[in-house]
Design a binder for this molecule. Structure first.
Ligand code: GDP
Ligand code: ZN
Length: 473
């Protein structure tokens, strides 16, 4: 393959600032020659790929030693960008990095734009667009699960699934176009029944991918779990215990938590955003508290999960049910009942509560996860954490039989567009619409699917994607 780019780019690939090491990366036809011009190791220019070279870099003008470095050499196409790539590990001081960078620029390298290495990797065919975006996700991944999802996407799992579907649709599209070429004559090359079957299959996959986007969002952005309940139930205490730091105000006066205090915590690779709320009471003691109660209800509406916290010694299962019912009225929201202050209840009282809760005639309660703990004593928190993780994983498995999870907004949008055009093709088939309209809808659907993997891409699209990367990636 002849190279697409004639210039050689360079950038600092490690974070700026002092560190033990800094890595400068070059990519392009002159990557080796530019490095060799500064490098004490004379065999470098002729060296084979996948080799490491130790030596000194000298200022090209005054011959002054800039640093002792190790240069890793990758010959294209066996490199990240498929071009010749040199990675220079030098000492991680800003001064050294600036000096080395300046010398490389003077020898003819150009400073890379944001994401330009990955963009070259894509344009040189080393990866498709979804994989290139996964590079960005991987760099940003901050939980075990988001890391795994990005890695899966980088390996091409998602792209593979889409490419296969697209290839099958393209066959039909080609047959439809052929019918159009024949013009007047009433020929049907494309078997309509076969198309209908394929269409149903593709639409199901696209719908599944779209559903997985909801889960993908949760993994990327964290699941919002709102802690609600009566004043003094122990909400702030529970939040503190979960966050293991004194962020929320704990006090013995009812109704003191007036604002929302929230933070994120990672449990078993899943990111949760816990939100503490003002206490819920029928007759708020004052106006400020009344505002707090209204905002609590609003936060519950935005939650992905509700932790209804109550004082075990205070409420009966029936009262718990009534309060949850009122809070979630009309919402389709997973709820977990969390009974607090087990240290104040006798073993018999606890057993009686649990059996009353489980035997409740309202099936809403008999099925609901119930966790009992003493937040103030740090007791039973592991059980709650386990229940939270089970709850999310359970929902994840239900929604997502295939391993593919869509995390990218651009992908989700393209899938939505594809879905609507595929629906139009379906309607067209059902109503025996003309070949021309069928073919047009199919083309639009194919274009939307192709945009995800970059089989169809515009310069605008590429620019908007790659400028989201930072320099050096
Ligand atoms: P909130 O109004 O729901 O946020 O409740 P707080 O977290 O402010 O707690 C109210 C009171 O209950 C405080 O005095 C806490 O120390 C106390 N408390 C919280 N959890 C427990 C617990 O597990 N056992 C006992 N005995 N007291 C607790
Ligand atoms: Zn509170």
């Amino acid at each position: 393959m002849s190279p697409l780019f004639s210039d050689t780019i360079v950038a600092l690939s490690t974070p700026p600032g002092a560190g033990a090491l800094a890595v400068l990366r070059l990519s392009g036809p002159a990557a080796v020659a530019i490095t060799a011009a500064l490098f004490s190791k004379k065999s470098f220019a002729q060296a084979t790929g996948h080799t490491l070279h130790y030596g000194t870099l000298r200022h090209p003008g005054n011959g002054e030693i800039l640093d002792e470095v190790v240069a890793a050499l990758y010959r294209g196409p066996r490199s990240f960008t498929r071009e010749d790539v040199v990675e220079i590990s030098c000492h991680g001081s800003d001064y050294v990095v600036r000096q080395v960078l300046a010398a490389l620029l003077r020898e003819g390298a150009r400073l890379a734009e944001a994401g330009e290495f990955t963009k070259r990797a894509f344009l040189n065919g080393a990866m498709d667009l979804a994989q290139a975006e996964a590079v960005a996700d991987l760099i940003a991944a901050d939980s075990a699960l988001s890391h795994r999802v990005a890695l899966n996407q980088l390996r091409g799992g998602f792209s593979q699934e889409l490419r296969e579907l697209r290839a099958r649709l393209i066959k039909f599209a080609a047959l439809l176009e052929l019918e159009l070429d024949f013009g007047e004559e009433d020929v049907e090359f494309a078997d309509r029944t076969g198309l209908a079957h394929l269409l149903a299959e593709v639409r199901a996959v696209v719908a599944g991918l779209l559903r997985s986007f909801e889960l993908g969002n949760v993994i990327k952005n964290g699941i919002t779990a709102v802690i609600a309940g009566r004043p003094n139930a122990g909400k702030s205490t529970l939040l503190n215990a979960l966050l293991r730091e004194e962020r929320a105000i704990v006090s013995a006066i009812p109704g003191t938590t007036r604002d929302f205090i929230e933070d994120e915590v990672s449990i078993d690779g899943l990111r949760f955003r816990f939100v503490d709320t003002a206490g819920l009471r029928d007759n708020p003691a004052d106006e400020i508290e009344a505002i707090g109660v209204a905002r609590t209800r609003q936060r519950v509406r935005q939650a992905a999960l509700l932790l209804y916290l109550f004082d075990l010694t205070e409420l009966t299962p029936e009262e718990v049910r009534a309060e949850i019912q009122e809070l979630t009225n009309g919402l389709d929201l997973p709820v977990m009942a969390v009974g607090n202050k087990t240290d104040l209840a006798s073993a018999e009282d606890i057993a009686a509560f649990v059996s009353g809760f489980r035997s409740s005639q309202a099936n809403q309660l008999s099925e609901m996860p119930l966790v009992l703990l003493a937040a103030g004593q740090n007791h039973g928190l592991e059980a709650l954490q386990q229940a939270l993780v089970d709850q999310v994983r359970g929902t994840a498995l239900e929604n997502n039989a295939s391993a593919t999870i869509v995390t990218n907004v651009r992908h989700a949008r393209a899938l939505e567009i594809a879905a609507s055009h595929l629906a139009a093709v379906q309607t067209g088939l059902d109503t025996s619409r003309g070949t021309e309209l069928l073919a047009a809808d199919l083309r639009h659907a194919l274009a939307a699917l192709g945009e995800i993997t970059g089989e169809i891409s515009s310069e605008d699209l590429l620019t908007s994607i790659f400028t989201q990367f930072c320099i050096g990636k």
